[in-house]
Ligand binder design. Structure first.
Ligand SMILES: *Cc1c(COP(=O)(O)O)cnc(C)c1O
Length: 382
């Protein structure tokens, strides 16, 4: 096998479609040129349906974590009390960012692998109704859970005046998001997951309610100040030099999404998750989350009679297939398969087939083809 033949199936960064790769190699353009204005004008409206909003989606040159920090520094200030729903490593990251800024965090801890419960959040909010914001992770990448964001939003607005702030980094573009309709106040994502781009762009959208808070917030911020990005975007410009090549790629990514159709993109992700999960069910290998709580973009597998690390090593050395391990206390205990962005049912059949070979090689006895057949059946059943 040639060393450049790599199959990347981690929950970000994800593979880049060839047409996006080509778009990013176009010659550089000036960041204050008419070409750049046209580029931003073209992408800004096409981002909105992906978030399910009529508000502007701001574009930052930064990784996803900067988008989380942007939400924090713009929406709250030191001394404010907030609730952070922690259902895994990324909920934990929101907590750390808030604490770094001396924001008083009340953690709603959810068992890793389970989804946040709107009922429990209701009780939480009743005990601390004065919180300024509630932070949640839409797809908790570390566990493969898709939190019930719509229902959580409802509870937040019923029980409080808090803003509801959502980290959608590993699922926006791969799962339905109706920011305006569901009452999400700030939604953020990054470029290297379901958006099919390299890391380097972060996207942030805010509701009208959130903008009122952001406008008045005196908390110091400069590069991350959402007001600058909003004002410039209204003129089809950016406050600082943007990642021009990534924006050229973004234009093509949005083109691909438009051609496939957003709802078809979402259905494809749903199908890929079902194929993956059915395969492991058929192989009798436990998954970390229930089918009901599962994310369409990433699946976490929790084997009980073989080593995740052995399997990962085997797949990587034999086939150049990279899958992810666990984070924090799940390290070594789970493996995660990313099926988002530039990934199709055909890729899932390949992954499952390779996993089966890998399992045999590490002496986990299975009947070859069991998982593949289940995935094929899931595909044919739609
Ligand atoms: C990947 C990820 C992030 C962090 O993004 P970086 O680009 O690594 O900074 C944040 N939240 C979630 C849910 C993620 O999956």
């Amino acid at each position: 096998m040639y060393t450049d033949h790599q199959i990347l199936r981690i929950p970000g960064p994800t593979p880049i479609p060839p047409s996006i790769q080509r778009a990013m190699t176009q010659p550089m353009i000036g960041h204050r040129s008419q070409d750049m204005k046209d580029l931003l004008h073209g992408v800004k409206d096409k981002l909105k349906p992906i978030f399910g909003t009529n508000e502007d989606v701001l574009i930052y040159t930064a990784s996803g974590t900067a988008a989380l920090e942007t939400a924090v520094v713009n929406a709250v200030q030191p001394g404010d009390e907030v609730i952070v729903i922690v259902s895994g490593a990324f909920g934990d990251r929101f907590t750390k960012i808030c604490e770094e800024y001396h924001i008083k965090v009340h953690k709603y801890d959810v068992n890793w692998g389970e989804a946040a419960d709107p009922e429990q959040l209701t009780q939480y909010l009743k005990s601390i109704p004065t919180v300024k914001a509630v932070f949640a992770t839409y797809c908790e990448t570390s566990t493969g859970v898709l939190n019930p964001i719509k229902q959580l939003a409802k509870v937040v607005h019923q029980e409080s005046e808090a803003l509801f702030i959502v980290d959608g980094v590993s699922c926006i573009g791969g799962t339905e998001t109706k920011m305006d309709k569901w009452g999400l106040d700030i939604v953020v994502t990054g470029s290297q997951k379901a958006m099919m781009l390299p890391a380097g762009l972060a996207f942030v959208a805010a509701s009208k309610r959130a903008w009122k808070v952001i406008e008045k917030n005196s908390h110091p911020r400069f590069y991350l100040d959402m007001r600058r990005y909003r004002d410039k975007l209204q003129e089809d410009a950016s406050p600082f030099t943007p990642a021009v090549s990534l924006l050229l790629g973004l234009k093509q990514a949005l083109q691909l999404i438009e051609e496939e159709g957003l709802s078809t993109v979402f259905q494809r992700h749903h199908l890929m998750a079902k194929m993956t999960r059915d395969a492991f069910h058929a192989l009798d290998i436990p998954l970390l989350t229930t089918d009901m709580d599962a994310s369409p973009t990433v699946t976490a597998v929790k084997p009980n009679d073989f080593s995740s690390e052995d399997l990962r090593r085997e797949l990587r050395s034999k086939f150049g297939l990279t899958i992810a391990g666990g984070q924090q206390h799940l390290k070594g205990n789970i493996f995660r398969i990313g099926h988002m962005g530039y990934c199709s049912p055909a890729d899932v059949l390949q992954i499952i087939s390779l996993v089966e070979v890998g399992l045999q090689s590490i002496d986990k006895t299975i009947e070859l083809g069991t998982g593949v057949k289940a995935a094929q059946t899931a595909y044919l059943d739609i």
